[in-house]
Design a protein around this ligand. Structure first.
Ligand SMILES: Nc1ncnc2c1ncn2[C@@H]1O[C@H](COP(=O)(O)OP(=O)(O)OP(=O)(O)O)[C@@H](O)[C@H]1O
Length: 271
């Protein structure tokens, strides 16, 4: 695996590894076939990092996130979260998926508070936190709105608030903005960068979008087609606070995006 330091890293991240993945292999076997989804993947994520993972469809990105979350057990290898081996679902992390998975009959605030109910959190603390997140994500005024009354971007923000309610130190995101239109996705990217800076959460985000991977990531991991291996990690060295337009024309951004496209074998990426 190659590692490309494109410039001095601007992000202030810790050195303690929060997530440690070592020599991970995942094989899905059935009577008819065997699929090697991940092959000898090793990755270490430090406190406060925003790691984005880009790779072709089917290369095992979702599988990797699920293994880190303890939702799927790897065939081989070792996964540690806060130094503890992961052998079962990890309740202390936050997980956000491509689809917001909101309850249609519950308003925004109550959808966010579902997390508190599932965890038996202190109600008053949870409500206070929900209100802070509603403000942080620009949902003020929509507390009682039902999911069908919200735009796709707003629904995704509600899902994000729910994933952040219990103040997880680690947030895993599986293509969370993939279903949004390009403009809403840009807005969500800008908000995600701000939320990362303001909360100090360690984030791992899987995406198909090269610009999203570079704009959001303090480090970008590029995977090969299946069986998924890490082919390169890039550290473009962009500052933590990133103006969207200026960043997209920053030479550090364009160099990193070009390199990722080369690695993915793409001459053109639509988003
Ligand atoms: N539960 C499962 N049983 C059998 N095969 C599976 C299972 N989960 C994933 N796979 C296979 O493992 C491979 C990797 O799947 P995964 O969903 O992790 O890829 P991905 O990189 O996230 O794909 P995409 O970008 O299209 O979402 C695929 O070939 C998939 O068919």
């Amino acid at each position: 695996m190659a590692s490309t330091q494109l410039a001095d890293a601007g992000a202030t991240v810790g050195t303690d590894p929060i997530i440690e993945v070592k020599n991970l292999t995942m094989r899905f076997s059935s009577k008819r076939s065997e699929t090697v989804a991940l092959d000898d993947v090793s990755l270490s994520v430090a406190a406060g990092e925003f790691v984005t993972i880009a790779g072709p469809s089917g290369c095992g990105k979702s599988t990797l996130l699920k293994i880190i979350a303890g939702l799927t057990l790897a065939t081989d290898g070792d996964v540690r979260l806060y130094g503890q081996q992961v052998t079962s679902p990890q309740r202390q992390i936050g997980f956000a998926f491509q689809r917001s998975a909101l309850l249609e009959w519950r308003g925004v605030r109550k959808n966010i508070l579902l997390q508190a109910e599932m965890r038996g959190m202190d109600r008053r603390r949870a409500e206070q936190r929900a209100d802070e997140l509603i403000e942080l994500t620009g949902l003020t005024g929509f507390e009682k709105a039902l999911p069908h009354e919200l735009s796709g971007g707003m629904q995704q923000r509600v899902a994000l608030c729910r994933a952040l309610l219990h103040e997880p130190r680690v947030l895993l995101m599986d293509e969370p903005f993939g279903a949004l239109d390009a403009l809403t996705r840009e807005h969500m990217n800008i908000e995600m960068n701000r939320i990362w800076r303001e909360t100090g959460t360690t984030i791992v985000l899987v995406t198909h979008s090269v610009p999203e991977a570079v704009y959001l990531g303090s480090r970008i991991v590029v995977m090969s087609p299946r069986p998924g291996r890490i082919v390169e990690t890039l550290t473009p060295g962009l500052p933590e606070e990133r103006d969207y337009g200026a960043t997209l024309t920053d030479p550090r951004f364009t160099r990193a995006a070009e390199r990722i496209r080369d690695l993915l074998g793409a001459t053109h990426t639509p988003d």
